[in-house]
Every structure is written in structure tokens, then in C-alpha cells.
Design a protein. Structure first.
Lengths: 383, 130
């Protein structure tokens, strides 16, 4: 492998709702925070990859940051937008073309569920008219089958949500910062069975920026080197069960884009799931975190029931998962969501997590996003 | 809508139109409406693969159902040896839905009060289907 890529600066605009600021302005806020964290100026930045799904053209932020002529490429790749921006940015450094640049993402979604239209996903009009362009249906149907096959209980789904809100209470950038009792989660109104309203994340707002540097440049800046050991992005394999699926291949439903992206990331980093100290896994609802634990190789199908009961994924567990509360506590601004996971991992590897810090100075961290229409992006960081 | 892109076969008995890929023989639903798939009548019976209940009114557009919302059940139905299709579940109480239950094809109007309703594929418990 060619030269290592390091993350030398991180910045975030708090997730949630910020009525006074556009998505792009939140992006600018995150970039300035990341530049300050890295100790570099905007004029030092040689390139940027900026992602947004629904909040405008990221490159227009140069009018706020300065017209330095910087190379700035916009990325719009569904739920993998942030991961794709990061993949592209690290390639720009790995190739030797540049030494210092940015991967950033922001978004600002209106209230309520995502409003997908069938034509955007190569689906017939009747599919939307029928009321099937609803992401929650997919996640609910997928976990319903998974629970049936692998003995996962509703209580375990509740434990995932309870943990998310408990962790989010300690994350300054989280949207939901109040713990919610397990009984309140389980007894809340059902949204899409088996999920109650506390088991889903909401589309929201927020922004994240990461300053990336070559290893040489990182040393020059005197930064604690946090190396990007892997960044992968994959699309769906045959026989997978994805968002907005009018049909699934017989015998299918277990192959996923996540499995492909995860295997490629571990191969690239030269380590395995047992070597990971902290993980951020896509948890747009409580079931996703459960299934993604297995799809990313951290446990076998069905072991999640015991893992959650034993608290193994809590901050003080053997594999803390979603230490800032994940999407459940932070909401999901699509363009920023995957980069939030990387931001959180850098915080953890720096030992700067405060009340949510994983004990024992973690040295490896894993992040994973998944989304429509069957895309996944994974990163592995090492200190 | 071209015949190849219809949901149901034109003649009785009621059958869904699937598409069999001319290349590798895999079956998809609905028929993509392109030349590389031939139309096949799918099995009218199958078993429930998974399901959920839609308990809130989906956003309009694209949802075109009645303004007044009544929750409905949505299933994935395994048509043995063919394909797993997404369809409404009808004539069954939500609490009685079980993965693996035998089902038979029927259809349901998206808006029963409409003059010319959109008919959606639906499945009902095998013993209750018409």
C-alpha cells in the first residue's frame, strides 16, 4: 500500500435542528472547526470533497471560506455520501497528488420521514402510489425476519435504543440528550412493527468536516497521527434485500453491500473484527444495529441477544457500539451522518470522549453506514 | 401502461406478472418492462417470508391512498422456486400474522372509494382466499 493517510483535524456542527442556519452554513461552521483543530488555514487546503444529499451544492461554501481557487468536488451518493467523500479524499492523498485536504458533509432535511419518489430509484409509479416508498417498512420487514430466524427479542431492540439515548446524553453534538427508560421505549406507540417510535432515528440537520493529511504532512503539523487504515464503499450483491425492494431473489436476503464493504475494509487494514476496540454501526433503527453487528463480522447471527443482555456493546463493554448515541440519538442528516461516525471515532482514539469515553485507550475504531438503494461504506482508524 | 409492465395477467384466474431474465433465468417482480425479460405468470400461492404493519400515513406524493388513513399490513411472500414478492396482506388480523403462514393471491383497491381504483397485489391466508 502507498503512503498512509492521517486525520489531523475534526469539526462538527451539532446535529438536530438549527432554524437560523442553512445546511451549507452548518458545513462552513464544521470546516472552520476542523481547520482550527488541525491548526491550518483554509488557504493551506489543497482540495475538498463535499457531500450533501438535500442541502445544496457544497462547493458554493468557498464564498464563505475564501476564493483560494481550491479544487472542490461535490459528492452525492445517497446514504454513502459522507463515506464516498472520505474515500475520494483519501485517494487524492494516497495517489500522491495532494498532501492536505478536506472531506466534509452536511444536510438539512424537513421534518418527518424521507420523501423518496419512485422515479429516483428506477421504480414504477404504482410502487410509490401504494405507499411503499417508506424506508421504515424495509428495516421493519428485514428485522422481523431476522428476529424469526435468529431468536432476537423485542426487548433486545429496546436495549439498543436505551443504550443510544444513554450515550447521547454525554455527546455535545447529539440531538437527543435525555436518557429514555427501557419500559418507555418498549411501551411507546408502534410505528412499523416491531419498532416503536423510540426505535427509529429521524432525518435531521448537521455537518462534519475532517482534515486529511499525508503522514509526512501530519508529522510536520505535529498532530497525533490517527491513520485511516481503510475506507471502502460497495454496492449491493445479487440476492440482497434492500430498501425499496418490490421483490427479492428466492433464498436471498442475507448477502448485503455491508458484508462486501466490511470484508474489503478488514482486508485492506490487515486486521480482523476481534482487533476493533470501538465501533460506530449504522443504526437508523434499533434493528439495523443488531443486524449490522453480524454483517460487519463482530458476532454470529443470534449472538446479539446475549451480547445486549450482558451489556457488551455499552461504553464499558467489550465492544462499545455507537458511543455518541448513533443515528438514534443524533438523527440522520444524510450527507453528514457517515462522517459523524468517523468524527466520533477520532474523539474516542484521542481519549477525548468525556462521559462517553471508552476506557482503556482504544487504538482501533470502525465505522459503517448503509442506505438506499443498497450501498455501504466502512472505515477503520488506527492510532 | 404497456402489457409487459402490468401487475396482473390480463385473463382470469388472477396471477401476477413476473419477468424471467432471458440471460440467467432469474425471476423478478414486477416485470421491468424491457425486452431482456419475458413475462411469466407467477404462482398464486406462497408462504409469508416477512412482514410489517404500516401504522402512519406515508407522505403524499407519492402515496395516493385515501386521505383518512387506516393502518395496513405489508408482506414479502415467498413463491416457491420463483421469487419473493412484496404485497399487501389482507383478511387477517395483525395479531394473527405469522412468518411461514400459507397465503394465496388476491388484490386490493388502494382507494376503495375511487371510481377507477389502482389495484394492488395482495395475499390472504390460504383457507380464506377467494
Amino acid at each position: 500500500m502507498s503512503a498512509a493517510v492521517c486525520i489531523v483535524g475534526i469539526g462538527i456542527h451539532p446535529f438536530g435542528r438549527t432554524p437560523g442556519l442553512s445546511g451549507l452554513e452548518q458545513g462552513v461552521y464544521a470546516v472552520r472547526a476542523a481547520l482550527g483543530d488541525a491548526g491550518v488555514d483554509w488557504a493551506d487546503i489543497q482540495f475538498a470533497y463535499g457531500g450533501s444529499d438535500a442541502a445544496g451544492n457544497p462547493d458554493s461554501m468557498v464564498s464563505h471560506l475564501g476564493l483560494t481557487g481550491v479544487q472542490f468536488i461535490n459528492v452525492r451518493n445517497g446514504c454513502a455520501t459522507g463515506g464516498s467523500a472520505l474515500f475520494s479524499a483519501q485517494m487524492a492523498i494516497r495517489s500522491g497528488e495532494f498532501e492536505l485536504g478536506l472531506a466534509l458533509g452536511f444536510d438539512k432535511h424537513p421534518r418527518g420521514a424521507f420523501n423518496a419518489l419512485p422515479a429516483e430509484y428506477n421504480l414504477p409509479e404504482w410502487y410509490g402510489a401504494a405507499g411503499y416508498m417508506v424506508t421504515t417498512q424495509f428495516f421493519a420487514a428485514k428485522i422481523m425476519r431476522y428476529m424469526h430466524l435468529h431468536g432476537i427479542s423485542c426487548r433486545t431492540l429496546g436495549l439498543v435504543a436505551e443504550k443510544a439515548f444513554a450515550n447521547g446524553a454525554h455527546a455535545p453534538h447529539a440531538w437527543r440528550r435525555e436518557p429514555v427508560a427501557l419500559d418507555a421505549i418498549l411501551d411507546a406507540p408502534m410505528v412499523s412493527d416491531p419498532f416503536t417510535k423510540f426505535m427509529f432515528c429521524s432525518p435531521g440537520e448537521g455537518a462534519v468536516a475532517l482534515v486529511l493529511a499525508s503522514e509526512r504532512k501530519a508529522r510536520e503539523l505535529g498532530a497525533t497521527p490517527i491513520r485511516l487504515a481503510a475506507a471502502t464503499m460497495r454496492t449491493r450483491p445479487p440476492g440482497s434485500f434492500e430498501v425499496f425492494a418490490p421483490s427479492i431473489a428466492t433464498g436471498g436476503g442475507t448477502a448485503t453491500a455491508t458484508r462486501l464493504a466490511s470484508a474489503a475494509a478488514f482486508e485492506s487494514a490487515g486486521i480482523g473484527p476481534d482487533d476493533i476496540a470501538v465501533a460506530q454501526l449504522q443504526d437508523t433503527e434499533a434493528g439495523a444495529e443488531i443486524m449490522h453487528m453480524a454483517e460487519n463480522g463482530f458476532c454470529a447471527d443470534g449472538e446479539q441477544e446475549a451480547w445486549l443482555a450482558d451489556g457488551r456493546t455499552r461504553i464499558d463493554g467489550t465492544l462499545p457500539i455507537n458511543t455518541d448515541g448513533g443515528c438514534l440519538a443524533c438523527g440522520e442528516p444524510i450527507g453528514a451522518s457517515g462522517l459523524r461516525q468517523v468524527y466520533e471515532n477520532v474523539v474516542q482514539l484521542r481519549g477525548a470522549g468525556g462521559g462517553r469515553q471508552v476506557p482503556g485507550t482504544p487504538r482501533t475504531a470502525y465505522s459503517h453506514v448503509y442506505g438506499a438503494p443498497g450501498v455501504s461504506a466502512v472505515t477503520i482508524l488506527q492510532k | 401502461m404497456s402489457p409487459a409492465a402490468a401487475l396482473f395477467m390480463p385473463d382470469a384466474p388472477l396471477r401476477l406478472v413476473g419477468g424471467r431474465a432471458k440471460g440467467d433465468g432469474r425471476i423478478v417482480f414486477p416485470h421491468p418492462g424491457t425486452d431482456d425479460f419475458e413475462a411469466v405468470a407467477l404462482s398464486p400461492t406462497g408462504t409469508l417470508w416477512s412482514y410489517t404493519i404500516q401504522r402512519f400515513r406515508p407522505k403524499t406524493p407519492p402515496y395516493a391512498g385515501p386521505e383518512e388513513f387506516t393502518p395496513w399490513a405489508l408482506g414479502y411472500v415467498d413463491l416457491p422456486g420463483e421469487v419473493i414478492v412484496q404485497a399487501r396482506l389482507v383478511n387477517v388480523a395483525f395479531a394473527d400474522i405469522r412468518i411461514g403462514m400459507p397465503l394465496a393471491l388476491t388484490k386490493v383497491a388502494l382507494d376503495a372509494a375511487a371510481d377507477d381504483p389502482l389495484w394492488l397485489p395482495a395475499f390472504a391466508p390460504l383457507e380464506q382466499a377467494a
